[in-house]
Design a protein around this ligand. Structure first.
Ligand code: SF4
Length: 241
C-alpha cells in the first residue's frame, strides 16, 4: 500500500511537518489543495465520460485514419483543431490522449493535441487578445503552431509508439483484448503467441493470466500483424474477453 501510494504518503508527511512547524503555511497549502481537488472533481467526470465515448462509440479505424501514423498533414491539422477547441486544465487531456493512443493515434498527433491544449486553446487566445492585443496573440499563435509542429515531428521520430505500448504493458492495469466483431479467426496471433492467444469458436481469446512481462514485445507484434486490427490494448479496461 505504502509503495503504491508513495506520492500520497510523502505529501501527507510534508503536511504533518508543516502543521507542526508552520501552521499558517500549512493552512494556506491545505486551502490550495482543496481548491484544486474541487476543480478536479468538477472536470474529471466529464473527461472520463469523454474517454468512454471515444472508447465505445468511435471505431478504431476512424481514429487510425484521422489521427494515426498515416494521417499526414490532415491528421496534424485535426489534432491542432481538437486541442484548440478543448476546455479545462491540461491534466484533463492526459486520459483522452491515452485513450486515443491506445486506439491508434500517432505519437506526433498526441504531442500536437497536448501542446495545443496547453498553450493555444481558443478560450486562452480570446483572453490573450483581450489583455495583450490581437496582434500579440496572432504572432504568438503562428510561432507556437510552428514550434508545436516541429516538436511533434521530432518527438514522433524519437519516441516510437511501440516503446510507449510496451512500457504500459508492464502496468498491472493494462489489458489486452480481442474485439470479436473484427476478429476473423485467422489464427495469426495464436500461432505467434500460443501462450496468450487461443482460437475458440473461430474467434481469438486472450488468456490474461498467462501474460508475462517477457511477452510484451510479441504482444505488440501481434497487434501490428493482426490483419483486421482486432487486438487492442486498453490501459484502463477492467473487463476483457
Ligand atoms: Fe483474430 Fe487478429 Fe488473431 Fe486473426 S490475428 S485470429 S483476426 S485477433
Amino acid at each position: 500500500m505504502l509503495k503504491k501510494n508513495k506520492l500520497f504518503v510523502i505529501v501527507a508527511l510534508v503536511y504533518m511537518v508543516l502543521f507542526v512547524t508552520m501552521p499558517e503555511k500549512a493552512n494556506e497549502a491545505l486551502g490550495n489543495s482543496v481548491y484544486y481537488l474541487i476543480e478536479m472533481l468538477e472536470v474529471l467526470p466529464v473527461i472520463f465520460l469523454l474517454t468512454v465515448v471515444i472508447e465505445v462509440l468511435i471505431p478504431k479505424e476512424w481514429i487510425m485514419k484521422h489521427f494515426g501514423e498515416n494521417s499526414g498533414l490532415m491528421g496534424n491539422l485535426l489534432s491542432l483543431l481538437l486541442g484548440s477547441i478543448s476546455a479545462g486544465p491540461i491534466y484533463a487531456a492526459f486520459p483522452i490522449s491515452k485513450t486515443l493512443l491506445g486506439k491508434g493515434a500517432s505519437v506526433s498527433n498526441i504531442v500536437i493535441i497536448l501542446s495545443t491544449w496547453a498553450v493555444i486553446k481558443i478560450p486562452m487566445l480570446a483572453n490573450e487578445a483581450k489583455f495583450l492585443g490581437a496582434s500579440f496573440m496572432g504572432i504568438r499563435w503562428v510561432l507556437t503552431v510552428i514550434a508545436i509542429l516541429l516538436m511533434a515531428w521530432v518527438i514522433g521520430k524519437i519516441v516510437s509508439k511501440k516503446e510507449l505500448i510496451t512500457e504500459t504493458l508492464d502496468s498491472t492495469k493494462s489489458k489486452v483484448y480481442v474485439n470479436e466483431d473484427y476478429c476473423v479467426g485467422c489464427g495469426i496471433c495464436s500461432k505467434m503467441l500460443p501462450e496468450v492467444y487461443k482460437i475458440v469458436d473461430r474467434k481469438a481469446k486472450v488468456n490474461l493470466s498467462n501474460i508475462h512481462p517477457s511477452h510484451r514485445i510479441m504482444i505488440v507484434k501481434t497487434i501490428e500483424k493482426c490483419p483486421t486490427k482486432a487486438i487492442v490494448m486498453n490501459m484502463d479496461r477492467t473487463s476483457v474477453h
